[in-house]
Design a protein around this ligand. Sequence first.
Ligand SMILES: C[S@@+](CC[C@H](N)C(=O)[O-])C[C@H]1O[C@@H](n2cnc3c(N)ncnc32)[C@H](O)[C@@H]1O
Length: 246
Amino acid sequence: MKWYEDDSLWSDFAPTMFSAARGEEVAGIVADSPLLDFPPGSRVLDLCCGPGLFLVPLARRGYTVTGVDLSAVMLERARTACATAGADVRLIRADMLEYAEPGSFDIVLNVFTSFGYFDDPDDNLRVLRNARESLAPGGRLLVDVMGKEVLAGWIGRPQAVDLPDGSYVVQRDTVLDSWRRLRTDWTLVRGSTARTASLTSHLYSAAELHDLFVAAGFTGIECFGGFDGSGYDQRSRRLIVRGTRK
Ligand SMILES: C[S@@+](CC[C@H](N)C(=O)[O-])C[C@H]1O[C@@H](n2cnc3c(N)ncnc32)[C@H](O)[C@@H]1O
């Protein structure tokens, strides 16, 4: 099994990745972000939607929302979140490597470092090509990752996150293949038990992800340093790349 196919990884580490605090932050981002300001009724695909932190606020902003994820556990959480909020969202279980719905969306979002998971670089390119195929002409893809330049600014510092139930997660990052890939090792310590997981994904600089968008056939490609629409520079904490399907 590939690391990203492990349902228990996403659910065991959900308290750090999908915390209530992050949910509130995402709701604010979706309400205010100029990068997420689309015409009412826009058809938005959240590719790798996880438990749906973006889905409900996107639906509340007046968009027609679809969520795709490989994990049955994450999709079930998304289904519950949408039902609780009364948000009408279509949910599909699919692998981003295969999933395409030709011409069906105005916007495709892939956020919170849900890209670069495949060992073969061509497979990551294929995900962008699938997204392009799923877009209507003039539609846009937006990918949000931890840029290589951003990571270089803090990698090496110990990362530990305390969770409300008294458990904590320690994160260690290891650069592989001359900065082409990153391995992240997580250890969740709860009482006297420890659960570890390793994730290995491709790392992209702004120029590299830009070039991948070009290779996938996108035009009008821009790089941002956050959902506030700021430029990608030395102050940025994220790398967001946006491109248009002609
Ligand atoms: C880091 S989480 C981000 C989730 C969500 N975008 C968010 O902002 O909270 C990555 C998600 O990608 C999903 N995923 C991993 N590999 C996938 C694949 N090959 N196809 C579709 N989804 C995948 C995981 O199940 C997980 O929900």
